[in-house]
Design a protein around this ligand. Structure first.
Ligand code: HXC
Length: 510
């Protein structure tokens, strides 16, 4: 073959791969409000940095006439590139090619980039839009999933893994995103379910549409499967870029330390009056979190799920921190099953990736009742103490108001390994609230005695001084000083050395 012909052939093959399922299917993809796999990767990565691998791979299936149909790339676009100048690995299912279904060959493509990401210590991002296992390939496709899940699992805690759901994600295919650290979903066009509405109807006689069953809103507010809900694909991709700015490349790296233009000693007068005098009046914990962080900026994770707890990222003096907080403005900030899960998983993520944890506490206790007990609040609540106790990253706690009972213990108390514990003068650290305590101690007493006892209890316990005397609080601070105090404590704990006893792994109550 002449040299010109060789180059021509090469160009033709490349062009065929880039066209995926062809112009008609690309148009259909656009008409349904979706970008193609390549458009998504281009938007996600820094301009011109994408290096594609296995662009010409084709399936080996001969069943159902598949031997007559080969599309180079075979339904997955994979490779590596940069985000904000940092190395990442990426793969995107191409719905225009056989519905983005998983063949044995494209599972090998995915596993190849997963292995590279692990070996080279860089985050990996999966852009999902797929009809699931390629039916024509039978069990070969299923085993492809198994290899992907295996890689997801052994990479967990070593490199950040992020999933975006930008189309269908059905059946076992859901378990790869579920094994990753963060899931982004987009309104209307993304769906995740183990079985679709038709199967649900057959098996349980329940009528439900796919949006309600497994749409973005369902998973970000009800099931807690998704961490971020975006309006558009662009918002998803920009969200991933931003999330990565808070994360290290891998578990051996320090959390990013960005230049900080915000005054480290900034005092925030507004904080002096955020906590109401009456302990029964709610307030928004974000009114404390935001002013304390660099540039008042808080990147919230799971904002729509278990709103009685708040988790997310921010920076203090340029350094990434994970924020965990109770939210008195929702269910009084009580801890229940969902908030326990939300908090524990986030703590464990931060600990995996060397991100210090700052806890803001105002919690009246654990939610009571048969619903919570029968569904295992004991098991779920225990996860919080487990996660805090095993976390070796710097841990700082600020008690803003209530710190009652078991909830006081689990929310990063001194004895569970917190490094620095602050309290506001408005803090109340006690076994329970005054009224509840007196009703137990003075059950049969008259109203006058009870009133006096409540007053006495409040004087003794509804303040931070008793715990400060005992050394369980290191310092009582004025709210306006919070930013400076936290930054000083972060500096102090910068070289924290803490290791756990050697073990294969712990056994967190799941
Ligand atoms: C092979 C498939 C396919 C599949 C879709 N296609 N799903 N081909 N295997 N699983 C093909 C279609 O035949 C079609 O090809 C093209 O992809 C686009 O599909 P459409 O149906 O035209 O698109 P749309 O109307 O948008 O519907 C998309 C869809 C639907 C919702 C994903 O196709 C669907 O419900 N597919 C089946 C989903 C499913 O049940 N998957 C689970 C498989 S089992 P042409 O040539 O006509 O364009 C599984 C288990 C994994 O995944 C377990 C792992 C542990």
């Amino acid at each position: 073959m002449e040299r010109d012909e060789q180059y021509k052939l090469f160009q033709e093959k490349n062009k065929a791969a880039e066209l995926g399922g062809g112009l008609e299917r690309i148009q259909k993809q656009h008409e349904s409000g979706k970008m193609t796999a390549r458009e998504r990767i281009d938007m996600l990565l820094d301009k011109g940095t994408f290096v594609e691998m296995d662009k010409l791979a084709v399936h080996k299936c001969t069943n159902f006439g598949m031997d007559k149909s080969h599309i180079p790339g075979d339904g997955v676009v994979s490779g590596y590139g940069k985000i904000n100048g940092r190395q990442v690995f990426v793969y995107a299912y191409d719905f225009t090619v056989y519905g983005g279904t998983l063949s044995a060959v494209n599972s090998q493509k995915i596993v190849k980039v997963q292995e590279l990401a692990l070996k080279n210590g860089a985050p990996i991002i999966a852009l999902n839009d797929s009809g699931g296992a390629r039916i024509q390939e039978g069990v070969e496709s299923l085993t492809g999933y198994a290899s992907i899940f295996y890689q997801n699992t052994i990479s967990s805690g070593v490199i950040p893994q992020i999933s975006a759901i930008l189309g269908p994600c059905a059946g076992g295919a859901c378990y790869s995103p579920a094994l990753t650290d963060f899931i982004f979903m987009v309104k209307e066009n993304s769906h995740m379910f183990v079985t679709g509405p038709d199967v649900v109807k057959t098996v349980t006689h329940e009528e439900v549409n796919k949006e309600e069953l497994g749409g973005a809103y369902t998973h970000s507010s009800k099931s807690g499967v998704a961490h971020f809900l975006s309006n558009t694909e662009e918002e998803v991709l920009m969200g991933i870029r931003e999330l990565l700015t808070f994360l290290p490349q891998n578990n051996m790296d320090d959390a990013p330390n960005n230049p900080c233009n915000d005054d480290l000693n900034r005092e925030e007068e507004s904080l002096q009056t955020v906590v109401p005098v009456d302990p029964n009046i709610p307030y928004d914990m974000k009114d404390i979190i935001e002013p304390v962080l660099d540039d008042h900026y808080f990147f919230e994770v799971m904002p729509h799920f278990a709103k009685n707890a708040i988790v997310g990222f921010g920076r203090l003096g340029g350094r990434s921190v994970g924020i965990v907080a109770n939210q008195p403005a929702f269910l009084a900030g009580v801890l229940d099953i969902d908030s326990s899960d939300k908090i524990s998983r986030f703590i464990r993520f931060c600990d995996c990736f060397n991100i210090p944890i700052v806890t803001f506490e105002d919690v009246p206790g654990f939610l009571c009742g048969t619903n919570q007990e029968h569904n295992g609040i004991i098991r779920h609540g225990a996860k919080i103490v487990y996660a805090y106790a095993e976390a070796t990253v710097p841990k700082l706690t600020v008690i803003t108001r209530k710190a009652y009972g078991g909830a006081y213990i689990v929310m990063s108390s001194k004895q569970t390994g917190s490094d620095v514990n602050f309290a506001y003068p408005t803090a109340e650290v006690a076994v329970m609230g005054a009224e509840g305590a007196v009703n137990i101690l003075y059950r049969k007493a008259d109203e006058e005695t009870k009133k006096k006892a409540i007053q006495e209890y409040k004087e003794n316990f509804a303040n931070p001084y008793r715990v400060a005397e005992l050394g369980y609080i290191d310092e009582i601070i004025e709210p306006k000083q919070t930013r400076r105090k936290l930054i000083q404590a972060l500096e102090m704990t910068r070289n924290k050395m803490k290791t756990l006893p050697p073990k294969k792994h712990g056994n967190i109550p799941l």
